[in-house]
Design a protein around this ligand. Structure first.
Ligand code: CTP
Length: 418
C-alpha cells in the first residue's frame, strides 16, 4: 500500500471516529490488518468483529494487537455476565462500520434480515453508515442470487456499496471479485465520514481531467509541472462514490493506482493527446471538471533522437508554440447545458488573478488555490482557496483535506446540472 501525504489529524475526517470493522469469510480478509493499522495511525478507535470463516483466514490475535482492543468472535455474543447483548452494544458504539470483505453468505444474511451470527445481528442492529466492500470468486459474484442481493443492497439507507475490482483471484480465476484495495477502502471510508452515503450523482456522467501534461523536446527531456494528479483523481473517485459514471483523462500520476479503481481511465501525456481525449468525450458527459495542470507551451522543434546540450539549446532558442486553452475551448463548444468547473493554481494575490481567469475562461465554477502557502497546492494532502461562481458568488474555502474539498466542489457542480 503506497503512502500518500498524510492529513494532519485536526483535518482528518477519520480521526477520533469509532470504526467497527466487520470481517467475513473471503481470502481478502488477510488484507484487513493493514487497514486496521492505518485507521489506528490516523487516530480512529477501532474494534474488529469476525465471522467464524474470517477467523480461519486472518488472525484475531493480530487484529486485537493492531486495533489495541480485544477482537470479537461468535463465541463472545452471549454471556450471562453482560448486561446488554454484545451485538447491540457494538452496533450502538460505532460511528462508522467498515464491512470488508463482505462475503456472499454475510451479504445474503443481511439482505434477508437474518441475525444468526454476531456480525449478522450487528448489521441489523446498527444505525451507523456502513461501507460494504464485496469480495468473492468470479462465478459466485456473477451468480443470480448474489447479483440480486447486491442490487437490493443499493437500496439500503446508510450503505455505501463498493463493488469488487477485476483481476487475478486467489482461486486462480481472472475476473471480477477482488476486494477494493486497502488504500481505496480507506478513501471510501473517509468519504463516508466526510460526505456520507447519498448517491446524488447516480445516473450522471462526469468527465474529469487530472495530473500534469508533458511536452517533449526529445525522447529524454520534457517540460512539465509538479502536479501529482491527487485533486483530480479524488474528485473523480468522490463522484464515483456518489454514483456517477466517471471518465478520467489523466497525465502521469504520482499516487496509488488503486485510487483509479471503478473509474474509466484514459492515460495521456501531451496537451494534444489531452485535447483529443476531451473533445471526443465531451458530447457524452453531463458535466466536466478540468483539474489537469496543462503545460502552457510546447517546443516548436521536437527531436526523434536525443540531441547534445548545444543542439538542445539551439532548439529551445528556436521558440515555443502555445498549447491551446482547452478549458476555454470546452466552454465554447458545448452544445447543451453542461456545467464546467475549472481550477487555478496561483501565487501572490490569488483572488484577483482568479477573478480575471474566471472571466477569461468562461467556465461556470472556478476553484483557485495558492501554491505559495504551506499545506496548499501541488502534492499536499490539504488545500484551501476560493470557489468562484456561479455568477458573482465567491466562497472562501478554509484548509481541509483534498477529499472533503472534492465533495464541496462536486456539490457545487451538482447544483448546476440540468
Ligand atoms: N487549462 C487548459 N488549457 C491550458 C491551460 C490551462 O484547459 N492550455 C485549464 C486548467 O486545466 C485549469 C484552468 O485552465 O482548469 C486554469 O489553468 P492555469 O494553468 O491556472 O491557467 P492558464 O490559462 O494556463 O493561465 P496562467 O497564465 O496563469 O498559466
Amino acid at each position: 500500500m503506497r503512502t500518500e501525504p498524510s492529513l494532519p489529524q485536526n483535518l482528518d475526517p477519520l480521526a477520533g471516529r469509532r470504526v467497527l470493522v466487520g470481517i467475513s469469510g473471503s481470502i481478502a480478509a488477510v488484507k484487513l490488518p493493514l487497514v486496521v493499522s492505518a485507521l489506528v495511525k490516523r487516530g480512529a478507535e477501532v474494534r474488529c468483529v469476525l465471522t467464524p470463516s474470517a477467523a480461519a483466514l486472518v488472525s484475531p490475535v493480530a487484529l486485537a494487537s493492531l486495533s489495541r482492543q480485544r477482537c470479537y468472535l461468535d463465541a463472545d455474543q452471549w454471556s450471562h455476565t453482560a448486561p446488554r447483548p454484545l451485538h447491540v452494544e457494538l452496533a450502538e458504539w460505532a460511528d462508522l462500520v467498515l464491512l470488508a470483505p463482505l462475503s456472499a453468505t454475510t451479504l445474503g444474511r443481511w439482505i434477508h434480515g437474518l441475525g444468526d451470527t454476531l456480525l449478522a445481528s450487528l448489521l441489523l442492529a446498527t444505525e451507523a453508515p456502513v461501507l460494504a466492500a464485496a469480495a468473492m470468486n468470479t462465478a459466485m459474484w456473477g451468480s443470480p442470487g448474489v447479483a440480486a442481493n447486491w442490487k437490493a443492497l443499493a437500496g439500503f439507507e446508510r450503505v455505501l456499496p463498493l463493488g469488487p475490482a477485476e483481476g487475478l483471484l486467489a482461486c486462480d480465476r481472472e475476473g471480477a471479485g477482488r476486494m477494493a484495495e486497502p488504500s481505496l477502502l480507506l478513501l471510501a471510508l473517509e468519504s463516508l465520514a466526510s460526505w456520507g452515503w447519498h448517491r446524488d450523482w447516480q445516473g450522471r456522467r462526469l468527465l474529469v481531467s487530472a495530473g500534469p501534461t508533458r511536452e517533449w523536446f526529445d525522447p529524454a527531456r520534457c517540460i512539465s509541472n509538479p502536479s501529482t494528479g491527487q485533486m483530480g483523481v479524488l474528485l473523480a473517485q468522490a463522484a464515483r462514490l456518489r454514483g456517477a459514471q466517471v471518465d478520467l483523462v489523466h497525465g502521469p500520476l504520482q499516487l496509488d493506482p488503486a485510487w483509479l479503481e471503478g473509474l474509466t481511465a484514459y492515460p495521456i501525456e501531451t496537451g494534444a493527446e489531452l485535447q483529443d481525449a476531451l473533445l471526443e468525450l465531451q458530447p457524452q458527459v453531463e458535466a466536466i471538471a478540468m483539474a489537469a495542470a496543462v503545460a502552457d507551451h510546447r517546443p516548436v522543434q521536437r527531436f526523434a533522437h536525443k540531441p547534445d546540450k548545444e543542439e538542445l539549446a539551439a532548439a529551445m532558442a528556436a521558440g515555443w508554440a502555445p498549447v491551446p486553452d482547452l478549458l476555454a475551448q470546452l466552454v465554447r463548444q458545448r452544445s447543451a447545458p453542461q456545467p464546467i468547473l475549472g481550477f487555478a493554481a496561483q501565487s501572490g494575490d490569488v483572488l484577483s488573478q482568479a477573478r480575471a481567469k474566471f472571466l477569461r475562461k468562461g467556465c461556470d465554477l472556478l476553484f483557485a488555490n495558492p501554491i505559495d502557502t504551506p499545506g496548499a497546492g501541488f502534492g499536499t494532502a490539504t488545500n484551501e482557496g476560493w470557489l468562484l461562481g456561479p455568477g458573482e458568488a465567491v466562497d472562501r474555502l478554509e484548509p481541509m483535506g483534498k477529499l472533503p474539498l472534492a465533495h464541496v466542489l462536486l456539490s457545487a457542480l451538482q447544483k448546476l446540472l440540468p
